[in-house]
Design a protein around this ligand. Structure first.
Ligand SMILES: *Cc1c(COP(=O)(O)O)cnc(C)c1O
Length: 396
């Protein structure tokens, strides 16, 4: 190996390991369902984003298999050459219906979506107001656009109004956009979209909502924008197809004109091969399922409420989540990591999240209940939480 590379890798890996920040990756043996097996041990899984349990749904598995039979395993090209299959068109029409917009465009991932959409519209003559807790892919997408990035305090509408006013009145920028997550995944809180829309209208801001954790969860399944009835007020509705939808991919839903532009100007659409046929068909089936019935959505919320109620009555601090995402706030970083490790030893897989992902002293174990969990699993998880909580002195 080149000396310069070797030195770089060795010193950086060592630093991570010395500081206890080197992430050891767990390998799941088999499917990522409500229970998972790691190192031969079966555990209750409270760490996936598979909110509706669709990752292992039988109907979707069959849909994927039949599309592989009819269309093969790969799309063969990028969308603009000849990688646009009838399956992609069907998916995009279904997504637009689902989100209540004129049109939609699918990408290979939610991450890719933010790489694609922001820089297709914003450039160095523009400014982007961005909530400080926005997802990493939004931050990278903003950087890629070369627009001026202005951080806004988390869900602070006074700060947003102030900074929007300054940016617009400075006369320095051609366009100003506001970007926010729909649901923030660390605390489970929801963006204040009605106030955001009001401020955006006052200052002529372009609005961009990344609803990766809201789709399938909020608005009876259709997402946070639908939850507030603001489909025709938000310019960009971004979603992922890998969380509640259970497969892989991402999309932008919006006006026909916006989607027409993204199809000619967004680089991951032009230069990266389109979604595979099996995935595409399974996604369309999943979205259709969510439009036909709220059964899975209702079950998800029932399970979320049950887990929250259980943890709260044991005496845990579960923060101020407005969604099924259930943080259990432990406090200092060491205890939080120890807590998560003990949960796993007792058969509950729930990951710790600590500084710098969340502020110092607010380390938490984050629980993601899904529609696929049974009451028995949740009861067992609560029993383990009580045991570990007492053992580590988090509960008295
Ligand atoms: C998870 C997530 C993404 C990335 O989605 P993938 O489909 O997994 O690439 C993008 N934005 C937000 C807000 C997310 O939570």
């Amino acid at each position: 190996m080149t000396k310069a590379l070797n030195e770089f890798l060795e010193s950086n890996l060592k630093e991570l390991k010395d500081n206890g920040l080197y992430n050891e990756i767990n390998v799941v043996e088999g499917a990522n369902g409500a229970e998972i097996t790691i190192d031969g041990r079966k555990m209750i899984n409270l760490s996936s984003n598979n909110y509706l349990g669709l990752a292992t749904n039988e109907t979707l598995k069959q849909a994927a298999k039949s599309a592989v039979d009819s269309h093969g395993v790969g799309a063969g090209a990028v969308r603009t050459i000849n990688g646009t299959l009838d399956l992609h068109v069907e998916l995009e029409e279904t997504l637009a219906k689902f989100k209540g917009t004129e049109a939609a465009i699918a990408y290979q991932s939610g991450f890719n979506c933010n790489m694609a959409a922001i820089s297709a519209v914003m450039n160095k003559h523009d400014a982007i107001l961005s909530d400080e807790l926005n997802h990493a892919s939004i931050i990278d997408g903003c950087r890629l656009s070369k627009a001026k990035i202005i951080r806004v305090k988390h869900s602070d509408m006074d700060d947003l109004r102030q900074k929007a006013k300054e940016a617009v009145e400075s006369g320095q920028y051609n366009k100003v956009m506001y970007i926010t997550d729909g649901v923030f995944s660390m605390d489970g809180d929801v963006a204040k979209l009605p106030e955001i829309v009001e401020i955006a209208e006052e200052f002529g801001l372009i609005t961009y909502v990344d609803d990766a954790h809201g789709s399938g969860v909020m608005g009876k399944g259709a997402g946070t924008v639908k939850h507030f009835g603001l489909q025709d007020k938000i310019d960009f509705q971004i979603g992922t197809l890998s969380k509640a939808i259970g497969v892989v991919g991402g999309y932008v839903a919006g006006s026909q004109q916006l989607i027409d532009w993204l199809k000619v100007a967004s680089r991951p659409f032009l230069f990266s091969t389109s979604l595979a046929p099996g995935d595409t068909k399974a996604i369309t089936e999943a979205v259709q399922m969510l439009m036909d019935s709220t059964e899975l959505h209702d079950k998800l919320w029932e399970n979320g409420d049950y887990l929250k109620e259980g943890l709260k009555s044991l005496g845990f601090d579960i923060g101020h989540s407005e969604t099924p995402i259930t943080p259990c706030i432990i406090g200092d970083e060491k205890t939080t990591q120890q807590f998560s490790k003990r949960l796993m030893e007792e058969g509950v897989y729930a990951k710790s999240i600590v500084f710098p992902t969340v502020p110092k002293g607010t380390g938490r174990v984050r629980n993601m209940p899904t529609a696929a969990h049974t009451k028995e699993m949740l009861d067992e998880a609560l029993k383990v939480y009580e045991k570990v909580g007492k053992e580590l002195g988090v509960l008295s």
